[in-house]
Write a protein that binds this ligand. Structure first.
Ligand SMILES: Cc1cc2nc3c(=O)[nH]c(=O)nc-3n(C[C@H](O)[C@H](O)[C@H](O)COP(=O)(O)OP(=O)(O)OC[C@H]3O[C@@H](n4cnc5c(N)ncnc54)[C@H](O)[C@@H]3O)c2cc1C
Length: 181
């Protein structure tokens, strides 16, 4: 690609190759089947979850296979990522956060982004700490206590307050990167 740019684009005439990423990045790979699986409609409709631990907000950023360039990314409202998406079915005492959490391919196109992955990691770590102080079981963690601790650490779980001041008329429409600014 670099050689092509040098040939075809005048701006790259004097450019030289220095370095590139050591490996190709993959947006999507294996993930768990959890007690709950986040789906695209949960995001589009901002389905509320009693055990919300992260408020996601990125658009459904589904890159097309086999081609590059712009793809449709309708704006979505802040949506709930459930604690249960971090719990793999049939395994106790294991939390799975980030792009391996339980989500369909479509939903993961939103939930996998870095801020959400960080939020899931924070929730999983906090839940693990709570569980250690009790009986050590991931499914016996008090959701109220988990949410209280996250909020005390300045995590925003209240979608209504998160939506204050946002241009709600833009929901479901296409927009550039300044959509929520
Ligand atoms: C090309 C590309 C562009 C992207 N652009 C954006 C963007 O603009 N904005 C955005 O928000 N998100 C973007 N993302 C998505 C985002 O970067 C990832 O979804 C996110 O980083 C996932 O976080 P994670 O913690 O789940 O996994 P990762 O960030 O993949 O972290 C997993 C870590 O575990 C380590 N690891 C793996 N196996 C082992 C092992 N056996 N022992 C110890 N360590 C291990 C890995 O080395 C890695 O450091 C992009 C992703 C790609 C691939």
């Amino acid at each position: 690609m670099f050689e092509l740019w040098k040939e075809a684009l005048i701006e790259f005439k004097d450019a030289y190759f220095f370095t590139s990423g050591p490996t190709a990045g993959s947006r999507e790979s294996r993930r768990i089947v959890g007690d709950y699986t986040l789906i695209g409609d949960d995001i589009r409709t901002a389905k509320r979850q009693d055990d919300v631990v992260v408020l996601g907000a990125w658009r459904i950023d589904k890159h097309p296979q086999g081609e590059s360039g712009y793809h449709n990314m309708p704006i979505v409202p802040p949506y709930d990522i459930s604690y249960r998406t971090l719990l793999p079915q049939g395994i106790e005492n294991l939390w799975v956060a980030g792009r391996c959490h339980s989500a369909t391919s479509e939903a993961l196109a939103s939930s996998r982004v870095t801020a959400n992955a960080m939020g899931m990691g924070q929730a999983a770590g906090t839940a693990a700490a709570i569980s250690l102080a009790h009986d050590g079981h991931s499914r016996n963690v008090s959701i109220g206590e988990l949410q209280d601790r996250l909020v005390a650490a300045n995590v925003i779980l209240d979608s209504a307050s998160a939506m204050e001041g946002l241009p709600l008329e833009k929901l479901g429409t296409e927009a550039g990167d300044d959509h929520w600014k």
